[in-house]
Write a protein that binds this ligand. Structure first.
Ligand SMILES: Nc1nc2c(ncn2[C@@H]2O[C@H](COP(=O)(O)OP(=O)(O)O)[C@@H](O)[C@H]2O)c(=O)[nH]1
Ligand SMILES: [Mg+2]
Length: 247
């Protein structure tokens, strides 16, 4: 059974639906301490910034160690080699030595459009969402959407996932990554309006905030229409990507 306080935490996450939402660190710690290992499925297209977030959360720049579904170590080079060929296994557990409390699964594969990979991901979500043993369950899904490609923020892959994948009670949180790319967009926009480069750089943070807000609204507009919309959205700005916030 899921402890009731954990359920109420999920409910509060669901209710918040707010990009600025941050759990009080003390409360987060209390909840996380209830679970021996926090298991998270990380999704998002290649280069969305998935590995970077996991490293940030685990306070490391190391690559994760990889174990297969029965706890045998998988040679990292093999996985990287096979990753290129598209044989990455969602069941593999990614663990960082620096923080053994987290176990990550990387969905890498279905975003490229393969129906078989999508079905595998969906089965993984359904199986692990229902798992009766808390230890085997996935506790959250983090769906990374990068903001550096403004023309393709929400692609067919995101639409398919949020239309077809019912994660049950497992919260899906959209992480908006690479928000810093919008700073450059803001500078460009100001220079197009006739600002000098220096003035544009000075004024950029304000415009950057508006661009962030605009991206968030657009993404919410697209995803909240779908059958299984995310529970919440989190903009990973510089502030949130720094070490203290990552804790
Ligand atoms: N500008 C910027 N680059 C990022 C950010 N996060 C990741 N990157 C870069 O994007 C590339 C892909 O990141 P990675 O975490 O490997 O993506 P993954 O393929 O989803 O695991 C790397 O070169 C990262 O350094 C970010 O927040 N801002
Ligand atoms: Mg990666």
């Amino acid at each position: 059974m899921v402890p009731s306080s954990l359920r109420s935490w999920w409910r509060s996450l669901r209710r918040s639906g707010n990009a600025d939402y941050r759990l009080d660190p003390a409360e987060a710690k209390k909840q996380i301490d209830r679970i021996p290992r926090f298991r998270i499925l990380v999704m998002g297209r290649a280069n969305a910034g998935k590995t970077t977030i996991l490293q940030r959360v685990c306070n490391t720049t190391d690559q994760p160690e990889i174990f297969d579904g029965i706890g045998e170590r998988v040679d990292a080079r093999m996985v990287q080699g096979s990753l290129k060929r598209g044989y990455h296994n969602i069941e593999d557990e990614l663990v960082f030595k620096s923080n053994l409390r987290y176990v990550f699964h990387d969905s890498c594969g279905f975003e490229a459009g393969s129906e078989a990979e999508f079905d595998k991901m969906k089965k993984f979500v359904t199986d692990h969402a229902k798992a009766t043993k808390l230890e085997r369950r996935i506790h959250a899904i983090w769906y990374c959407i990068p903001l550096n490609e403004s023309h393709r923020m929400v692609t067919a892959a995101e639409k398919k996932f949020f239309n077809e994948c019912d994660s049950g009670h497992v919260p899906v949180i959209v992480l908006l990554t690479k928000a810093d790319a919008l700073n450059l967009d803001a500078v460009d926009e100001l220079m197009e309006r006739g600002y000098t480069e220096d003035d544009a750089i000075k004024e950029a943070p304000e415009v950057e905030k508006q661009l962030q807000k605009g991206c968030l609204e657009k993404i919410k507009g697209w995803l909240n229409e779908l059958k299984f919309p995310p529970q919440s959205y989190l903009m990973l700005t510089g502030k949130l990507m720094n070490k203290k916030a990552a804790d």
